[in-house]
Design a protein around this ligand. Structure first.
Ligand code: MN3
Length: 210
């Protein structure tokens, strides 16, 4: 995927995540916030034909190749596209409350238990000051939890994101107002563990983790 980037459709119905996330939030979040990042990225890249053959990942990783005057805008908007696509893909309506198989083993090994994993991811998401994301990442074959501000993305740190939660206020304010901890708590019901597990298996094998 490269310029001109096209917005991916939401991978489920807009009301599929109720009662944990309202249809109205999904409309604003996907159709306005996410689509705006796609459009702005294309607007910027229109002026840089030499960047138009780069993938989204390349734009975020090979930042040395970006012109100085456009570097921040490209980072913010390409990050906004990448982060939102992963965030939407990491959720679904299925009652899939726990990871399974090798990902479950890896989570237990890295954090001690699923409950501890949940506590650490919650702390990162609730504790992120201002806008940003909390992530489960794969770094040198090990699972870790980090938080990033704004639209910064872990792939720029050369680690691999497996799962993310958007904690910008636009992700929850219409339904939860200032109660970010309630949003985070309910979001755990929405994690698409089949997707995250498949992502782990495919990426872990690439970094030679068994
Ligand atoms: Mn968002």
């Amino acid at each position: 995927m490269q310029y001109p980037f096209e917005a991916e459709p939401l991978p489920y119905e807009y009301n599929a995540l109720e009662p944990y996330l309202d249809e109205e939030i999904l409309h604003f979040h996907h159709d306005k916030h996410y689509v705006t990042y796609v459009n702005k990225l294309n607007e910027i890249l229109k002026n840089y034909p030499n960047l138009q053959n780069m993938t989204l990942e390349e734009l975020l990783i090979n930042t040395d190749e970006l012109p100085n005057e456009a570097k921040t805008a490209i980072k913010n908007n390409a990050g906004g596209v990448y982060n939102h696509e992963l965030y939407f893909a990491c959720m679904n309506s299925a009652d899939c409350e726990l990871p399974t198989d090798k990902l479950a083993l890896a989570i237990n090994s890295a954090f001690g238990s699923i409950d501890q994993f949940r506590a650490e991811l919650t702390a990162a998401a609730v504790g992120q000051f201002g806008s940003g994301y909390a992530w489960l990442i794969l770094s040198n074959g090990k699972l870790e939890i980090i938080a990033t501000p704004n639209q910064d993305t872990p792939i720029s740190l050369t680690v691999t994101p497996l799962l993310c939660i958007d904690v910008w206020e636009h992700a929850y304010y219409l339904q939860y107002q200032n109660r970010r901890p309630d949003y985070v708590d309910n979001w755990f019901n929405l994690i698409n563990w089949d997707f995250v597990g498949a992502r782990y298996m495919s990426l872990a094998s690439k970094s030679s983790v068994s």
